[in-house]
Write a protein that binds this ligand. Structure first.
Ligand code: CU
Length: 302
């Protein structure tokens, strides 16, 4: 049964798109002109939980699923849920779709009035896309495993947590993608001739809403750069421990300074001369690469 619908839909040329989205992606731009005259777009749905629900009047599991969508809508619409039905009927069947929609309270549009190409191919029916209040796709090509449509329990399990979360449900790799940390108090110390190691201090500020982590650093002036922490040993000495991951908390900072964390430049290609700068790339787990020019300070006598 399902196979027949898939083949039928593959022939619908308007829906054919090469690019598809993944769960966790920001919602692509879309624009749906509803039969009630209103428009629904990604920006009009900010702070709402949205289900884009693709269906057709000839689709048996759609007819089973629609009343459960209606129940869900009745339960959660005043708490922020919107359901937008997009009817995939061909032109001669739209009257039938219109009659069916009179039984439901959520709005609908015909497919030719729905610009949803960014979601990729609508490859089966019924099919739903669930978008959270932050505009993140939480279910893509959402459909039941059987021919009876999504159950009340399946709908409830996915939708109610998004309804309850007025605050963002965090997806760090999405949220921080464009938020680079900034740095202050950046400095290196000049080295004596023949010295093969140098040190860089800086403070990292994370202005995004989620934790990030410094995972590595690189510079053409050193063979490699390690993340180190100076630690006191019981006998009163210090040693340097290699770290792989320095967490910079959300809206917080990480200080790399004398006696604590630092960047250790090893296998220096040339002496670090006061007044020059070191080109440095910092690699963050979420934000990616940050380039910094590090001023070299004179060697201070201890
Ligand atoms: Cu060190």
């Amino acid at each position: 049964m399902v196979k027949g619908w898939i083949v039928g839909l593959l022939l619908l040329s308007w829906a054919v798109q090469a690019h598809a989205i993944d769960v966790g992606d920001p919602v692509p731009p879309y624009e749906v002109h509803l039969t009630n005259g209103e428009d629904v777009t990604a920006s009009s749905q900010q702070h709402h939980v949205t289900i884009l629900h693709f269906w057709a009047s000839w689709c048996v599991p759609c007819r089973e699923e629609m009343p459960r969508m209606e129940d869900l809508y009745q339960r959660y619409h005043d708490k922020g849920l919107d359901i937008v039905a997009i009817d995939m009927d061909s032109a001669q069947d739209i009257a039938q779709a219109r009659e069916m929609m009179t039984h439901f309270h959520f709005p609908w549009a015909v497919a030719s009035q729905a610009h949803v190409e960014g979601f990729g191919r609508i490859w089966r029916l019924p099919l739903s896309i669930l978008i959270d209040r932050q505009g993140i796709v939480r279910q893509n090509a959402w459909a039941a495993d059987d021919d009876h449509g999504l159950s009340e329990a399946e709908l409830e399990a996915q939708v109610s947590p998004l309804i309850r979360s007025a605050s963002p449900l965090m997806m760090p790799e999405q949220v921080t993608k464009t938020t680079l940390p900034s740095v202050s108090d950046v400095q290196a110390r000049a080295t004596a001739p023949g010295q093969k190691v140098g040190v860089i201090y800086l403070t990292i500020h994370n202005d995004s809403d989620v934790n990030d982590a410094l995972e590595g650093a690189d510079s053409p002036m050193a063979g490699h750069i390690l993340l180190h922490q100076t630690q006191a040993t019981p006998d009163g000495m210090t040693h340097m421990q290699h770290e792989y991951h320095l967490v910079v908390p959300a809206h917080g900072q990480m200080v790399l300074g004398p006696g604590g964390h630092h960047l250790m430049l090893e296998d220096l290609k040339q002496p670090l001369m006061a007044g020059q700068t070191i080109p440095l790339d910092l690699y963050f787990q979420h934000a990616g690469k940050l380039h910094v020019e590090v001023p070299i300070e004179p060697l201070v006598p201890y």
